[in-house]
Ligand binder design. Sequence first.
Ligand code: MV4
Length: 491
Amino acid sequence: MQKILVANRGEIALRVMRSAKEMGIKTVAVYSEADRTMPFVQYADEAVCIGPAPSAQSYLRADKIIEVAKKLGVDGIHPGYGFLSENADFSKSVAEAGITFIGPSAFSINTMGSKIAAKQAALKFDVPMVPGTDKPLVDAAEAKEIAERVGYPILIKASAGGGGKGMRVVNHADELEEQMRMAKSEALNAFSNDDVFIEKYVGSPKHVEIQILGDQHGNYVYLFERECSIQRRHQKLVEEAPSSCLTQDVRKAMGESAVNVARSCNYYGAGTVEFLVDDDLNFYFLEMNTRLQVEHCVTEYITGIDLVKEQIRVARGEKLSFSQEDLNINGHSIELRVCAEDPLENFVPDTGTLDIYIRPQGNGVRVDDGYEQGMEIPIFYDPMIAKLVVWGKDRNEAIDRLCRAVDEYKIKGIKTTLQFGKWAVRQPAFVAGQYDTNFINKYYKPEYLNTENKDEEAVAAALAGIVWEEGKQAMAQTVNSDGPSKWKIKR
Ligand code: MV4
């Protein structure tokens, strides 16, 4: 593979290009008119504008992207996450154009894209699942029968759903018919498919997901878990690896189940198998995400594996160069998603200009971001502007380091989730590792955040720094254009 096109934008485009560069592979960026000046466009060896700002006219234009790839002699396309990353037709079209899709086959994407097909496939490998159905519901009468059998409360889920869309809790039999009708109409609207199924509702679960890697020769490994229970409206905000609630035995059992889910759809590449974990550490398969995930960095920190490089190697047809026995958990990693959202106003997205943008640095700190100071955050895309990822020799050090890094991070001009993240990891429930998907609803109130501008001094200092830098630059320009002797003459 000589040249990779990254069909994405922002931090993930940059992150993929960095690994490609280390492997001696050239990179191509495709970008929308709104993204012209972004770092990922500048970083790429070549860059092509593919359309106006709205994603439907740029980052989702599979035809245009493949056309650019062919024209520039690209031999691999990396889809990142979101956009076309879990689009089976795109995976297929890329392959048909004679280009390697750096991701799973259309078959794997299709199988796992249908929650019902995914359950049917995984069932053959004895993967634990929540009691319920693995076939589309035929009518309300059948639904009632099944609900009686598994017992209320139940969940109605859309087969084409995921990320919580088209999900309805039903507490009593007399709500079932109405909720089923609504779930079906919601699913039809959102996914053009109204298949729904039933699961027993697990209250207050933990969301634990397993990172897997598979090659095209039938070899699989699991790279342990990520605990992602701190989320709001199905948007994750804080993720960590490893999970502090699992035992070695449960970790191994979940890892092996995750590999079986991957096996069940002949998966290759990097993938994530999501599980619900209850208070007794029973775990249940939820769904598989057939892409590199936002939070992959915490897994990279604790395993020392570069997941993007492994994706590229697997796509080239290479065998995995390590086995399960070679993998160990080293230390602890926490990621905070830095989103342009106001945690004081229900996390409503905020737009504006990054008037000040200064990254934290130092031991055990990784910032994956897509913007520079002075840039505007466009309204067209995901509000996540950066990921602050830390590593510590143990969980307490990781927590302290995250707080230190939040303090060093200076962002002015837009509201962000930085202070929320610092609050979250200092909560007694988080520190004790005793939290589930209700964490934010249960504990968070906007007034808990330190809202007064206690950072005013630091910002003043940062501004002074900018003025100083600008002054130095102006001076350097004077020196360069006129030669050093000018100073002497002027004096
Ligand atoms: C569940 C559940 C409880 N019981 N399934 C939400 C997104 C989708 N991936 C599955 N989800 C859930 N499925 C059963 N049988 C609770 C959720 C859920 C959830 C799961 C993971 C992380 C956050 C969540 C927030 C609300 C509900």
